[in-house]
Ligand binder design. Structure first.
Ligand code: SF4
Length: 261
């Protein structure tokens, strides 16, 4: 755990990674191979803080994504390897790619060609859902996983540290309603300290605010998760499974479907 933690993925296509939760997942990183580009700078980001810089390789062109993904899927298919999901994540926020929708269309086409039963998942921080093209692209994927870490403005600012001053809880909750019944809201539960300030989105006030937000958004489901790997802010505490289960039950009591990871 170190403040000098840097990016995890050094290519556009990575994996496949085998996980109990997702099965066999092939990753797509639309951000640089050697730097991070994100509109948040979360205290818990596995890719490290934005201060590490944006690297030198730039964002991959859609043609390069298509070529690399086709080669990988073709090789996996020829080898008889299974694939459960193609997941957009990586060194930052995938929807910041200016040609995100075009790439989504291409990836869906390749999925249909090689692994028609595999899902396409996007992990997004929700900062770009105000853009019609991004929102449209997200409605095309199987798992549209949207971040909402706190429904309390001050806490969201502390944890996620959005780069735009225009980004607020109020605005994002309103925009998230467009994915009513189809979006999956992902919330990282954590406690800790940053620069001497206490950060905690597990208090009753926080959970009650989240429940109100979830009720307004009406997602397909809520996904609660906790810190899994080292974090750039070292003073964060992993919320253990029993506590996550208690929080999940409280949210479920309001008729909201919750998955705990
Ligand atoms: S939104 Fe994701 S990539 Fe961006 S800083 Fe937060 S955890 Fe890292």
């Amino acid at each position: 755990m170190a403040k000098d933690q840097t990016v995890l993925f050094h290519s556009t296509i990575f994996g496949p990674i085998h996980s109990r939760r997702l099965g066999v997942s092939l990753g797509v990183n639309l951000m640089p191979d050697d730097g991070k580009v994100c509109s948040f700078d979360c205290l818990y980001c596995e890719a490290g803080f934005n201060a590490q810089g944006t690297g030198t390789t730039g964002l991959p062109a859609p043609q390069a994504v298509e070529k690399a993904l086709r080669a990988k899927l073709s090789a996996m298919h020829d080898a008889g390897e299974p694939l459960d999901v193609i997941t957009f994540s990586g060194n930052g926020e995938p929807t910041l790619h200016p040609r995100f929708e075009e790439i989504i269309d291409t990836v869906i086409k390749l999925r249909d060609e090689f692994y028609p039963d595999a899902k396409v998942s996007v992990l997004t921080n929700s900062t770009r859902i105000f853009d019609p093209s991004v929102a449209r692209a997200l409605t095309k994927v199987d798992n549209n996983i949207l971040k909402l870490d706190s429904a309390v403005e001050e806490t969201m600012q502390l944890i996620d540290r959005p780069s735009s001053k225009d980004f607020t809880v109020e605005k994002v909750v309103e925009a998230l309603k467009q994915f009513k019944g189809t979006g999956i809201i992902q919330t990282m539960m954590l406690r800790g300290q940053h620069d001497g300030v206490t950060v905690d989105n597990t208090t009753d006030t926080e959970i009650n605010a989240l429940i109100e937000a979830y009720k307004a958004i009406e997602p397909e489901e809520v996904m609660l998760y906790s810190i899994d790997r080292s974090t750039p802010e070292e003073k964060l505490i992993k919320i253990e499974r029993p506590e996550l289960d208690i929080i999940a039950d409280k949210i479920r009591s309001h008729g909201i479907k919750v998955q705990v990871n």
